[in-house]
Unconditional design. Sequence first.
Lengths: 237, 762
Amino acid sequence: MRAAVVVFPGTWSDRDCVHALGTVGIESRRLWHRETRIEPDELVVLPGGFSYGDYLRCGAIARFSPVMAAVRRHADAGGLVIGICNGFQVLCEAGMLPGALMCNDSLLFRCQEVHLRPGSARSSFTRELDPERPLRMPISHGEGNYYADRSTLDRLEAEERIAFRYVDAGGRATREANPNGSLRNIAGVLNEAGNVLGMMPHPERACEALLGGDDGNAIWRSLLAAPTGRATGAAVS
Amino acid sequence: MSEDGPRRAAPGEVSDETLRRVAMSRGEYERLCRLLDRDPSPVELGMAAALWSEHCGYKHSRPLFHHFPTEGPRVLTRAGEENAGAIDLGEGWVAVFKMESHNHPSAVEPYQGAATGVGGILRDIFAMGMRPVALLDSLRFGELDDARNRHLFQGVVAGVGGYGNCVGVPTVGGEVQFDPGYDGNPLVNVMCVGVGRREQLLSASARGVGNPLVLVGADTGRDGIHGATFASVELDEDAGAQRPAVQVGNPFMEKLLMEACVELAERHADWIEGLQDLGAAGLTSSSVEAAARAGTGVVIDVGRVPRRERGMSAYEVMLSESQERMLVIPKREHLDDVLALMRRWELRADVVGEVTADGRATVYADGGAEARIPVSVLTDPPLYPPEARRPAELDRLWAEDLAALPDLAASGAAAAGEWLLALLAAPNIASRAWIYRQYDHQVLNGTVVLPGGDAAVIRVPGMRAGIAVATDCNARFVALDPRTGAQMAVAEAARNVVATGAEPVALTDCLNFGNPERPEVAYQLEQSVIGLSEAARALGTPVVSGNASLYNETPRGGVPPTPTIGMLGLLADVERHLTIGPGPGDLLVLLGAPPAQEAATLAGSEYLARAHARLAGRPQLDLARERAVQRVVLDAHRRGLLTAAHDLSEGGLAVALAECLLAATGHSAPGAGFVPDPALDLGPRLDAALFGEAPSRLLVGVADAEALAAVLALAREADVTAVSLGEVVVEEEPRLRLGPLDVACDSLRDGYEKGLPRALGE
């Protein structure tokens, strides 16, 4: 598997993503926001950061960038896309994922460790993850408070599209375990086809024991375990 | 406008009001006229006033800088020569670091003041061609029961986070203290560490006559005019009216500048002669200082400076402190390459002048000269050796007999536990998680030891060695004895770094004092510099960069003397670092002194301030012993004997022990409790044993009796006191036991973790 890590001018997790993917053997290139060439078999990574400064609203400008048109075509063709933190915000702004990310309910930026319970066997990002074993990784955002209307949330649940929920170390989705006020403790969601994932936590920061743990690698390993050839999340169901 | 010289003010024309506005004294004005052999033009007056301000010219502090030890085998730059100090990390790697203050702007507008403070220190680091990899913030505020102090504290923390988080440089450490002496005049010191290959180390000099001066980044506006002089005068009740002197930060622009400058240094260092940031006094100081370093001159055409406002005068353009601007001095033949690189990063870049051979700073506007002034005059501020007088009150404070205070032991069996809880929840000691959770402390995947310990540890990709960094200064000790207190600040910063297993290598300082024209403040400043230098020499950590922030005064008086130290240490192998959390079953050893202590060690302690409402006593430090204690820890770690280490500071032994236990197991159950050695002797003075703040002490963890014996033997050889304290035990309901102390760790954790949010009314 290969990856294209998108770099907006204000992106800062691009190097971290390249590093983390490298630790599980995924070769990646950095893709400047003005470029539009994406190979069909590439995993597109939209990393964390503040794409264009994001003074207006996180991701509100990035959705109009040249690279996002290419990312949309890639996703429509079944290609894999993961948006992490700012990347999740960009995907929601672009309408590629449902819902929106509002200011944290504390109104404060939060950088801390969280636990996540994987909740979907429908996508290759999460298929290999054990729902009974919470993943430990950091969050780092001021606008990660996931919101969608009730019918959307019900539909996400019914269609197994809630990829991750904030839980405590024992796997319970409690109020205390929710760092930002996200509805139903949602930390990550999938698109209908299952080939686009957005998540606020940073799996690329949980990539080696020296940095406090490597639970984030489980997501990349799940992808690697998916059937080879043209990587599609949509193939499942 | 004549051809041969700039427009002049008529002799005697300059009014007191004009001089007051540029913060220049009549005597300094006369000196300027003498050096020029004529009256200065208005632009020249503004330029000279800015560069002669304390903020740029260090006119009160520079006479003391000769005390600093500035050389060492790893030092690559001389303090003051470049924007930050550079040290050799080995294997071809270099670290640059510096700390700077943004106190006055933060007092007026805490969010933007702190944010632009972060922006300024970042530019100092990438001006040297290095990628910033870590930020630390050292903060001081008045007490949190006052609404204005809460506003300043919350605003500053949000500002540090808002800027650093957006730029994508982790804020990995720092410290904060609260004291009524900082009411209305908070201290906001930010340190930045940058790392890179030795080949990419750049100089900020305007070399090569005929090379262009390229201004990159933000347009120039009227914001921050006279920021340098603003930082060099006392704040009065009217400080809010100074708001136009505070700049507004644009971290997104900074990110672009950072990436462009680091790329320039990493890949194209041969294209350029110099790179310089625009900080205080804007284009004036950056161009003049770059010329001074190279022994050249500069000519600037303000008409070519892109502006964000109409009708700006040459004076305003030259003194604007608009943020996020850099000055690049490319080699002529690479001008187009540099401009293209900047364009790719979507940065505006304009040629605004060039390097000349005449040794002057010449400013043109509309074809006429507005200034033509020798660089040597601008960089030759008047110097005022401090006229120091020892404050008379020191005798009274030193004479206070702390042994005459009633001991804690007399207050009943439960008192010790209640005091431990109170101290752990005190804003000066409680967990800093409320702060560092607002900072992205992990971006760049390099933070190996997260905030919350004694020092942060940073991993640099491609390098086996790790970097440990900490900031420190306990101003109470400095207030009680400036010389010893400053020594203690250096010693504690070094000890913090040692507690991660790193060897302290070099330091940066930020000298925060009141008005140096007052003899008592001059004494604090002078003695602090002397003490700081003595400790730096004794511990082998030269001073490689620094900053002075004087005039930290409010109508109610000067701030406590606060010479903040930023210490950098080196770990041979980043994988082999220590944290403050011991493992279950570990044995703890107290190094440096026996647990039993005299009442005199309560001097300047948090306990004394809270239990007896006083700052008194005379702190004592033996630098030889400090060094020996640190050596024992490093030796023991090198031999793989240690499992954890934690410095003893505010709150003394009992607080340090509690912090170790709380860090040992996190929130998981069962947790870590502590059972002391039956033979442990806390001596006749319980408060001093538990909460005294004698320096040169650490708690270290060892895995078993064999390692314990080895550590005790190492200590004995080094003539360092080492006492086996007891054992970390795993319990369903863990308790901390020490002498009369027997407290549930859950309640300690509750107080420690919620202390700061509760003080903020959350």
